[in-house]
Design a binder for this molecule. Structure first.
Ligand SMILES: Nc1ncnc2c1ncn2[C@@H]1O[C@H](COP(=O)(O)OP(=O)(O)OP(=O)(O)O)[C@@H](O)[C@H]1O
Ligand SMILES: [Mg+2]
Length: 258
């Protein structure tokens, strides 16, 4: 099969459509013919051991990598937030948020609105070096939002933050996604975070999705809710962590990955 240089575009009710996606680096097969459909507005969290190909999958969706085989369909409006904020040190916060956008009053106003949404009003004229880690990551979120993505890719966006900031960021992302309704594919190693935010959780292992489960719990979610705890325990069991109790290792709902 031919490698695709550019991801092909989706439309209708589907935001992401992946069929038969294969990616290898030399001898190492990272993605072994995976299929995945993400609906518009669906929040999907991707878990999996280190080195299983989660970032590679995001890079394929961004268009930074091309598949060895298979098809990747994504919306044109897609953007990624990484573990580190990747702000340009020589540009002020607002200029970072609207970087690459056409210069106009509308762009500036959209940038200021996005900063207000992430509670950074008043920081527009500051330099990135003067922001805390959490503030810088919120500026990165504003930069993503201002592009009004139909697909938001998040690669361990809270991993570098302290525990309390992380919880606040989870709530913020939950609120922003509920308001803007992009489809989301978020990578994390935190099962608690996954159960808190996701409509659906995938676990990538050995080049395939070992788990594809809807989280059938209302929002806002209480991490102490016994149903949430059961999901967490089941995911940890699949990741080879923890001591499963009888009944813990089975997932309350599961769906086929095809
Ligand atoms: N450009 C590359 N060249 C060679 N090997 C690569 C390249 N990119 C990724 N890999 C390899 O592919 C595998 C998957 O990497 P990837 O970064 O996707 O893992 P990951 O699931 O995101 O891991 P982590 O949880 O540690 O971030 C790893 O073995 C990695 O070394
Ligand atoms: Mg990674």
């Amino acid at each position: 099969m031919t490698a695709l240089d550019e991801p092909v575009r989706t439309g209708g009710s589907v935001a992401v459509s992946i069929t038969g996606l294969r990616k290898a680096f030399g001898e190492k097969v990272v993605l072994d013919g995976i299929d995945l459909t993400i609906r518009r507005g669906e929040f999907v969290v991707l878990l999996g051991p280190s080195g299983t190909g989660k970032t590679t999958l995001l890079r394929l969706l961004t268009g930074l990598e091309s598949p060895d085989a298979g098809q990747v369909l994504v919306p044109a409006a897609r953007t990624t937030v990484y573990q580190e904020p990747r702000l340009i040190p020589s540009k002020r916060v607002l200029a970072n948020v609207v970087v690459g956008q056409r210069r106009s009053r509308e762009t500036k106003e959209a940038g200021l609105r996005a900063l207000a949404e992430v509670h950074l009003d008043g920081k527009a004229r500051q330099w990135p070096a003067t922001l805390s880690g959490g503030e810088a990551q919120r500026a990165a979120l504003a930069r993503a939002l201002v592009r009004e993505p139909e697909l938001l890719l998040l690669d361990e966006p809270f991993a570098a933050l302290d525990a309390l900031t992380r919880l606040k960021m989870q709530d913020l992302v939950g609120d922003l996604v509920a308001r803007h309704r992009p489809a989301v594919l978020m990578v994390t190693h935190d099962v608690d975070e996954a159960v808190r935010l996701a409509d659906r959780v995938l676990i990538l292992d050995n080049g395939r999705f070992a788990v594809d489960t809807e989280i059938a719990l209302p929002h806002p979610r209480d991490r102490a809710d016994p149903a949430a705890v059961r999901y967490q325990a089941a995911f940890l069991g699949h990741l080879g962590v923890g001591r499963p109790h009888p009944g813990d290792a089975s997932l309350p709902t599961s769906r086929s990955t095809s």
